[in-house]
Design a protein around this ligand. Structure first.
Ligand SMILES: [Zn+2]
Length: 112
């Protein structure tokens, strides 16, 4: 994998570095995940961002994000966001569910 040295590739992340467009809510399995597209203000990379809060647990935030090509945005919906993150070469994931670290994963993501 090649990691850019742009700030959008270096956790911890700040929303201040992105233009964020709320894309919709994925209600699959009643999870009401927030799907957004973040565009890095510095390098223009677009990130598909999936944020889910699992009810009933105290440490319950999970988020995942993967780079997407601008030309591909038309094909993304809130419902296929998970599949698109899984299809990416790699993704970042984090949130209180995983402790304080941001990690890099590949393939299957566990959103429930
Ligand atoms: Zn960037």
């Amino acid at each position: 994998m090649t990691l850019s040295d742009c700030i959008c590739h270096m956790p911890p992340f700040s929303y201040l570095n992105y233009e964020t467009i709320e894309f919709g809510i994925d209600e699959t399995n009643g999870r009401f995940a927030e799907v957004s597209i973040q565009t890095c203000k510095h390098c223009g990379t677009k990130w598909l961002n999936y944020f889910v809060e699992i009810e009933g647990f105290s440490s319950s935030i999970k988020w995942f994000k993967a780079k997407v090509e601008a030309s591909f945005l038309d094909e993304i919906t809130p419902e296929n966001a998970v599949a698109n993150i899984e299809k990416a070469d790699w993704h970042f994931y984090g949130g209180s569910y995983y402790g304080t670290e941001v990690s890099i994963g590949r393939g299957k993501i566990h959103v429930d």
